[in-house]
Design a protein. Structure first.
Length: 180
């Protein structure tokens, strides 16, 4: 919990600095890149979290991996290194993205499907997600899970809409058990 609070403080300060300098979008792109890179590279995550690797070496690695980032992002990397909080980088980046989305009224929705999403179905799912959130702007991510057989499961925040065939089978199964 302490790490999350610290990450939120760093992200809030970064957003404030980015707003002052008109770099909110550039920093957002950087933070999305940080999250993506840390998600893909377990080696980088290990190096940044390792107490054995020197702070200076961690800073060099970050500066090299994230070269080309905005000045605000580079300042954040330096600050995290000097405060020995480099292990929070992924959490700070995700917190920044969440703060940005919240400020813009953007809700993230995750849809789980048995097969890839078609454009027509995507429109229907986004419309359902908008209805669930009272008309918020929706940012949709997809996941393929053949175990749901067909249909979809939509998750928006704490809300879930399960229109999967596997769920329908479970409902029928429960009804049969009740009637026996």
């Amino acid at each position: 919990m302490t790490g999350n609070r610290a990450a939120l403080r760093y992200a809030t300060a970064l957003l404030s600095q980015a707003e002052e300098k008109g770099q909110v979008s550039a920093v957002l792109a950087d933070m999305q890149r940080v999250v993506q890179t840390l998600t893909v590279s377990s080696d980088l995550r290990s190096v940044l979290r390792s107490p054995v690797v020197k702070t200076e070496d961690k800073q060099k690695v970050m500066l090299e991996v994230f070269s080309g980032a905005s000045k605000e992002t580079m300042d954040l990397l330096g600050l995290l290194a000097s405060n020995k909080r480099v292990g929070l980088l992924g959490q700070v980046a995700q917190a920044y993205i969440d703060l940005y989305r919240n400020a813009q009224g953007i809700q993230t929705a995750k849809v789980i499907l048995a097969a890839p999403l078609t454009a027509d179905l995507e429109k229907q799912i986004v419309a359902k997600a908008k209805a669930m959130t009272g008309g918020s702007t929706i940012e949709l991510t997809t996941e393929i899970d053949p175990s749901i057989i067909g249909g979809f499961i939509l998750r928006v925040g704490d809300l879930q809409y399960n229109a999967s065939i596997a769920n329908q089978f479970q409902k029928i199964k429960r009804e049969f058990r009740k009637s026996i």
